[in-house]
Design a protein around this ligand. Structure first.
Ligand SMILES: [Zn+2]
Ligand SMILES: [Zn+2]
Ligand SMILES: [Zn+2]
Ligand SMILES: [Zn+2]
Ligand SMILES: [Zn+2]
Length: 329
């Protein structure tokens, strides 16, 4: 055969093959492309050999009921057990819109109204997701995961303060703990004692100096108040914040511009949190960074930009000597 007739024969064969199976009245299986003779399954106008209509999960033929999801067919059982999105709060299947928390849990939107959210991690409290939870006498809701590490006793709080003071000292923020009295108080006490002065009602520093007749400082007394029952990492962040205030006061910076002062305390807390790597820390840091408050949030972001450009030592030098961020930050 000459090359030319070989090409012709090939073309003829191709045309024959493509024409042959499709004849009027015949149906083609969507799955295998073969002609269907006899029984067939028809789904949304598409035909299959009965055993070629299969479940996208287990690959076995579908004979009874099925569920379509994302354009694929599943045995209803396979879908419900393996594919369907389930609510992390009630365990039921989610159809339609849903909420997702920081941890990737999906919830029915109605739980915004009928469920209780943990104040410290944002999860909706339930037996299987959070091992239940508690409501403190001051009204705070905390989930079973967060309550595991809650700092509720003086001895625990003192331990956390030791740890935080050591991490702060590594940065260059050295405070003398022997001059500090630490007090755990609940939200009601925090509100009535310090109200809006306290840092998000989580902590407060009461620093007092007694001067001699000639003006020299005779003694200073520092009381640090910590909201009781917070998960350990939140207590760490709060104490790092408050101890940085103590350091500023000791340097005579009593009247710092709040943006510089609070922003620096949050930045110090952020640096301390870096010693506790993990998902929980990321969550705490993300909420610090996302804080829209013009003092705590903006202040933190501005101080961070400043400290990262001039270095930790220069930031601290400025914090101990000046009451404002330099212009441009
Ligand atoms: Zn087929
Ligand atoms: Zn299946
Ligand atoms: Zn639900
Ligand atoms: Zn929680
Ligand atoms: Zn503060």
């Amino acid at each position: 055969m000459s090359p030319r007739s070989a090409i012709f024969a090939l073309l003829a064969l191709l045309i024959l093959v493509s024409v042959l199976p499709v004849q009027a009245g015949e149906r083609v299986c969507q799955q295998c492309g073969g002609v269907i003779e006899g029984a067939r399954v028809e789904v949304d106008g598409v035909c299959y050999h009965p055993d070629h209509f299969t479940c996208a999960y287990c690959r076995r033929p579908i004979t009874g009921g099925y569920t379509m999801f994302d354009g694929l067919a599943y045995h209803t059982n396979c879908y419900e057990r393996n594919i369907a999105l389930r609510c992390a709060h009630c365990g039921d299947i989610i159809n339609g819109e849903y909420l997702v928390d920081h941890w990737g849990n999906a919830y029915h939107p109605r739980h915004q109204r009928d469920a209780t959210q943990c104040k410290y991690c944002g999860r909706y409290i339930s037996d299987h997701l959070t091992w239940g939870g508690e409501t403190y006498r001051d009204g705070r809701h905390i989930c079973g995961l967060c309550v595991e590490t809650a700092v509720s006793y003086d001895s625990e709080a003192a331990e956390v303060m030791d740890e935080v003071a050591a991490f702060l000292a590594e940065i260059g923020i050295v405070v003398d703990q022997s001059q500090i009295d630490l007090h755990l108080i609940d939200l009601v006490q925090m509100q009535s004692k310090f109200g809006k002065q306290s840092h998000n009602l989580r902590g407060y520093v009461d620093y007092r100096e007694k001067s001699t007749f000639f003006g020299a400082i005779k003694e200073s007394k520092t009381d640090v108040y910590l909201l009781t029952g917070m998960p350990r990492l939140h207590a760490v962040a709060t104490l790092a914040h408050e101890l940085t205030h103590v350091w500023q006061y000791k340097h005579g910076q009593m009247e710092n511009d709040p943006t510089f002062s609070e922003g620096s305390c949050n930045y110090a807390a952020f640096l301390v949190l870096l010693n506790y790597p993990g998902e929980e820390t990321e969550y705490v840091v993300e909420s610090l960074l996302a804080d829209e408050d013009p003092v705590y949030g903006d202040g933190f972001r501005r101080v961070m930009t400043y400290a990262e450009s001039v270095g930790t030592q220069n930031w601290l030098a400025r914090l101990g000597e000046n009451d404002k961020l330099p212009s441009g930050y």
